[in-house]
Write a protein that binds this ligand. Sequence first.
Ligand code: COA
Length: 264
Amino acid sequence: MPETAASTIVTVADHAAVRVITVNRPDKLNALNAATLDALFAAFEAADSDPGVRCVVLTGAGEKAFVAGADISEMNTLTPVQGRDFSLRGQRLMRRIEKLGKPVIAMVNGFALGGGLELAMCCHLRIASDRAKVGQPEVNLGLIPGFGGTQRLLRLAGRAATLELCLVGAPVDAARALELGIVNRVVAAAELHDETMKLANQLAASAPLALRGVLDCVNVGGECGIEEGLEYETAQFGLMFSTDDMREGTTAFLERRKPAFQGS
Ligand code: COA
């Protein structure tokens, strides 16, 4: 399998309106090298611009790993300038995913370490297998997280958990990750796929513009004061009244039927 071919490093499959994007380097536990970061970026660009895609599921190939981190063999020889560029490359991808206008679910099927946890954290929801292990082990390599880990973990799980994971560098199991608020749900490994797809299909049937409104409000609100955040929410709320989906959703409720949202 040629490692540079974007189509093999990252695979894409559509299940109705749900797009499943899979990091496909199972022999390297799906470690993120530069080519994989670029292929993922392209895959998310394509998912964003395709109106047929209403929800994205991100996962890793194989039984063992979601993503076991940035590629250590690639990082081993980087110069400081190349290291900085590698960090920016990863951060650009994570930000692109975080700011995607449609929900992204990380289906955490195994190890999510270092860049793998960073990748899972920029997704909007995380469902983990009970066999998953997550962590920021970079200190064990004489490194620190470079794809946003110190910042997103801090916002997701707070200072105590961030310092514990990043300073100690030991992975935690799925139950502990749930306790810390790092993942939304933990399910049995055998049910991970079906449970994730059930949620993804539910989101795919929801009102796309309302979902985007929520994502925008939470993204903006996480970075500003309460006054600006509330103002932004009000503007987005008002905007919803211009959508067909809002008329359809409220009318369907009043008519006691299921709404059919068009994303208009
Ligand atoms: N970068 C590059 N290659 C990686 C990798 C990474 N982050 N994580 C795993 N691999 C490779 C291994 O080198 C090995 O390749 P090889 O068969 O060519 O030698 C292959 O994936 C399988 O990994 P292996 O270590 O043999 O599996 P394991 O079951 O014994 O251990 C882990 C699994 C996840 C505990 C272990 O691979 C690990 O600690 N990985 C690094 C985690 C990390 O520090 N991530 C943060 C990076 S910044």
